[in-house]
Design a protein. Structure first.
Lengths: 169, 439
């Protein structure tokens, strides 16, 4: 009996540790921490290859956050726009999906529109940095795919986002 | 004792499985009513007399609940029903006057053979000692007695208020159970009081915006099952489904049936931003109604089919606009509050329900054109949405967030009586009140 309790406790501790680790992993996606860590893409010198998606510090950044009711790509995300645009240029076969999301405020249908606007804003920023429109697909999920479900600004700021994903390289 | 417990556990598990295996079975919504209108009419609904085996439905109870939740009636509690007349000649009016009841409903259930019963009911005016209604309903299966009870409630409602009742109607809504990759969405239709839920469609991706065809046979909705939004029309009875708009580029959403059922208004963004279109369902031809750089969505037809209301943020914030169904210049019609979205129009076109945002509080408001554009809130917020009028506009249904989960509220149109419809372990959202049913 005693053993069972101990095993259960160990199991609980493991779960706790895993939860903590996961939290630390997701945290750098927050806008504030993000900017300092990213090295600017070295244009010209290095040509990106598909392998860089998993290793390059800048290309690993795949989430762009937005202010409430806004669709402007904030200055702190310019470097991410630059490296992903460079990747699209360097790997012409690459195909990217931009999933636009909103916070829970406002109706579901209206938020589909807002999510698309954010996706389009990221698409425009990538194109302004040399990416090709033919490589980019925008899908809006409105408020249907929140990463956080509490009803407060901290949570809302995590949900107002565009996620970058590559469907082909 | 232990054996008995085990046996019971197995029996319960077996019953659970049997329930799950029914194709159309769905976890029912839990229901409770809050609030009361002070001016509500007092009415006593006496338990219906019946011989033979007990029936699955307490008809008087269903009628009482219907009358209570619409806000216009206050039915006498069963514990205060001291006499149980089942014939008009048995009613002692003095008793019901003493109990301050304006009306009394009595009834009896008769065996009609082959598992069918006939329900007879009478509505009496207590003060005038006058019979207002007396009727035998068509024989019905004992499994269908809730429908019979709702139809009786409709007749009582119409006799006393002069407005057709809308209790014998259905609602559609979306349930979402689980999160992330384990999310399960179901499009459900159920009785207007949340009973008899039936699954129309299931998906692991989001389902949105169910809208009833005017004849109640089909539902248009938005599904993300293919990755992007797409609009489908599905027949409730047969399950047959048509893809209406599934463009790879942009949003395909916000379907709305024209009152004659021949057209569907949509919001499509393949040109770059969401614009309102009208599709002729026969020819599949689309006519574009709006031209602006804004979000134009949530179209809804005026009851006469002549114009379409929609949400647009062309002024910087979302507001309600109206445009002729044939096209033209949209006219803004909402001016109060910070934002107004997602209109629902009453059958007579006089009342417009919408989501009004002030700061972070989203509430359902009704603008009454008959009252000079007077606005009243019928929900407390903070995240209320998707208002949908009952076909007689005596009630609305809307979606709310109740702490950790999404729930529905059916509310009387004065906002005084609210009925909460919730799923035990999931979210309920996107309600749509269906049309009147055919006899």
């Amino acid at each position: 009996m005693n053993k069972t309790v101990r095993i259960a406790l160990v199991a609980l501790l493991c779960v706790g540790a895993a939860a903590c680790t996961k939290k630390q992993e997701t945290k750098p996606q927050q806008p504030q921490q993000e900017t300092q860590q990213v090295a600017p893409p070295q244009s010209g010198e290095h040509k990106y290859t598909a392998a860089d998606l998993d290793t390059d510090a800048c290309l690993k950044q795949r989430v762009v956050y937005f202010d409430f009711d806004k669709d402007e790509v904030k200055p702190e995300f310019q470097q991410i726009m630059q490296c992903h645009a460079k990747f699209l240029q360097d790997v012409p076969t690459a195909r990217m999906t931009l999933d636009g999301n909103t916070d829970e405020r406002g109706t579901r249908e209206y938020n589909l529109g807002l999510g698309e606007r954010r996706g389009n804003a990221v698409s425009s920023a990538l194109q302004a940095n040399g990416g090709s429109a033919s490589q980019i697909n925008v899908v809006s999920h409105g408020k249907e795919q929140p990463v956080c479900r509490q009803h407060n600004e901290d949570c809302w700021s995590k949900n107002r986002r565009v996620e970058i994903s590559y469907s082909a390289t | 004792m232990k054996k008995l417990t085990q046996f019971l556990a197995i029996l319960i598990a077996y019953c659970g499985l049997a329930l799950l295996s029914q194709v159309h079975a769905q976890q029912p919504l839990t229901v409770n009513v809050v609030g009361m209108t002070k001016t509500a009419t007092p009415i006593a609904v006496v338990p219906f007399a019946q011989q033979g085996a007990p029936l699955p439905t307490d008809i008087a109870d269903v009628i009482r609940n219907d009358l209570n939740r619409c806000g216009k009636f206050r039915s006498l509690a069963v514990s205060e029903i001291v006499e149980q007349p089942s014939q008009g000649s048995d009613i002692k009016f003095a008793t019901w006057r003493l109990l301050k009841q304006d009306y009394i409903v009595i009834g009896r259930i008769k065996d009609a053979g082959n598992g069918m019963v006939t329900v007879e009911y009478e509505l009496w005016d207590v003060n005038r000692q006058q019979r207002l209604l007396g009727e035998a309903m068509s024989p019905a299966a004992t499994s269908d007695l809730r429908s019979v009870a709702h139809q009786i409630a409709d007749k009582i409602f119409q006799q006393i208020t002069g407005i057709p009742g809308a209790f014998w109607t259905r609602i559609a809504y979306v349930t979402m159970v689980g999160t992330g990759n384990n999310a399960n969405y179901s499009l459900i239709v159920a009785d207007s009081d949340g009973y008899n839920p039936q699954v129309v469609a299931r998906s692991h991706e989001a389902l949105l915006s169910p809208k009833w065809s005017p004849d109640g046979s089909r539902i248009a909705y938005v599904s993300f099952e293919g990755g992007n939004s797409a609009i489908y029309i599905q027949n409730i009875g047969t399950g047959a489904r048509q893809l209406i708009s599934g463009r790879a580029k942009g949003i395909n959403s916000a379907p709305a049936w024209s009152p004659d059922g021949t057209k569907l208004a949509l919001s499509l963004s393949y040109t770059g931003n969401p614009e309102i279109y009208v599709m002729d369902l026969g020819s599949r031809q689309e006519t574009r109604l709006t031209r602006s750089m804004a979000i134009n969505t949530e179209p809804v037809w005026a009851p006469d089919g002549q114009s379409i209301y929609f949400t647009s943020d062309r002024s910087g914030k979302p507001e309600i606009y109206r445009v002729s169904a044939g096209g033209g210049t949209p006219e803004r019609i909402s001016f109060q509050g910070q934002q107004n979205l997602d209109a629902s129009i009453s059958y007579d076109g006089k009342q417009i329900a919408m989501v009004q945002a002030n700061g972070n509080v989203y509430r359902i408001a009704i603008v009454d054109q008959g009252q000079g554009g007077q606005l009243r809130f019928i929900s407390p917020g903070p995240i209320d949405e998707s208002p949908s009028f009952a076909p007689n506009a005596s009630m609305l249904i809307y979606a709310a967030s109740d702490g950790a989960r999404d729930v529905l509220y059916a509310v009387s149109s004065d906002g005084m009586v609210r009925q909460r419809l919730a799923l035990a372990d999931g979210n309920v959202r996107e309600p749509a009140w269906g049309p009147y049913r055919k006899q």
